[in-house]
Design a protein around this ligand. Structure first.
Ligand SMILES: Cc1cc2nc3c(=O)[nH]c(=O)nc-3n(C[C@H](O)[C@H](O)[C@H](O)COP(=O)(O)OP(=O)(O)OC[C@H]3O[C@@H](n4cnc5c(N)ncnc54)[C@H](O)[C@@H]3O)c2cc1C
Length: 326
């Protein structure tokens, strides 16, 4: 949050927690200038809402992880910041109830700007790490629902509808955060989670599979089964609104031998399940070096070959981020 740049955002096609309502980097970039490995400068697009001139070079470079060109100018469209925002923290007795509620929220035709989930293991770890009690830490799952808009009245009405809908769907309670202080405490566990996991486990492998929203419960159930079968702890959290799940595979006190022998198999089982459910192996972190090996699981041979040819067309000598993606 504090350090990422617009170039990195573009190169990773990043999307924050508000992607559920506002989309990702892709939806905002309208023009670029870039330098090819040959030193030639190219441009595509501009301050345009529409543009279908030939092959869309902008979207080929978008998310290309710095493997095709160095982007030197990025034109983004801006939208007005909504005037008001309310966040809700909603605990559930089961993950299934939380996941079913996500679908019900969308069916209500109110689009939240944020819809995040955490499981009990994640919240409990944060509690231990922060050394203080966090709200609803005994709940099996928690949703953070963010609503925003320009009319305070309308927002409060939407907040009420969502709150009631959650309670009808089995939520234990609904905590409303409409002040900055309340919002900060509500987000504390979510923001600290990765640091927490790193503090309690010497090694943490964070995968970021993505599945169709409706398949989130199935994906989570599969990770629980994989964890139980392998004896390797897994904590899940992520963006319930866009189907992007962070699966943290933790070494904790597992022996080096078991970790080295079994980690890759566990990761591949997680990826296999995501693909089986109509998803893919990365929603926002990209392929880089680490997931290159698993690219053939998610991308067909023909598509992979086409990607190699795109790489060769832009960077025939392979000097940009060599070894990444393809
Ligand atoms: C703790 C954590 C949380 C994260 N959460 C999210 C999240 O919620 N959503 C999400 O989408 N992503 C998330 N990410 C990943 C995120 O996409 C990237 O970390 C970030 O957007 C990249 O920006 P950066 O400036 O840090 O890029 P860097 O890490 O500096 O670079 C990323 C890649 O882009 C290339 N690159 C950088 N600038 C350019 C340029 N000008 N032209 C061409 N290539 C370039 C670099 O070579 C590199 O390969 C997270 C990462 C971390 C570590």
């Amino acid at each position: 949050m504090d350090s990422c740049s617009i170039g990195g955002n573009f190169a990773e096609n990043a999307g924050g927690p508000q992607a559920v309502k506002y989309g990702i980097t892709r939806h905002y970039v309208t023009g670029i200038e870039a330098v090819l490995p040959s030193g030639e400068i190219i441009t595509y697009g501009g301050k345009l809402v529409k543009n279908v001139t030939g092959y869309d070079l902008l979207h080929i470079l978008l998310g290309s992880e710095g493997t095709l060109a160095i982007v030197t100018k990025i034109i983004v469209k801006l939208i007005p910041l909504p005037k008001h925002r309310i966040d809700l923290l909603v605990p559930f007795p089961s993950f299934q109830d939380a996941a079913d509620t996500v679908m019900k929220i969308f069916q209500s035709r109110i689009t939240p700007s944020v819809l995040e989930f955490m499981d009990k293991a994640g919240v409990k770890s944060c509690e231990a790490f922060l050394g203080k009690e966090l709200p609803f830490s005994d709940a099996e799952a928690q949703l953070i629902v963010g609503l925003d808009g320009n009319s305070e009245e309308l927002l409060e009405a939407e907040c009420e509808i969502i709150g009631e809908l959650c309670l009808e769907a089995g939520a234990d309670d609904v905590l409303v955060a409409d002040t900055q202080f309340a919002k900060d405490s509500l987000w504390e566990a979510r923001r600290e989670l990765l640091e927490t996991l790193k503090a309690i486990s010497e090694q943490v492998e964070v995968e970021d599979v993505v599945v169709p929203r409706a398949k989130i419960p199935e994906m989570i159930r599969a990770t629980v089964e994989i964890s139980e079968e392998s004896g390797i702890p897994i904590v899940n959290w992520g963006h319930a609104g866009d189907g992007n799940i962070h699966v943290a595979i933790m070494k904790k006190d597992i022996s080096d031998e078991k970790w080295e022998a079994e980690l890759e198999g566990v990761i591949e089982k997680v990826f296999q399940k995501a693909i089986e459910l109509g998803g893919s192996i990365t929603g926002e972190h990209g392929i880089g070096y680490l997931k290159r090996k698993q690219m053939p699981m998610a991308v067909g041979q023909t598509e992979l070959e086409l990607m190699r040819r795109i790489k060769a067309a832009f960077d025939p000598d392979g000097i940009l981020n060599p070894g990444k993606i393809v």
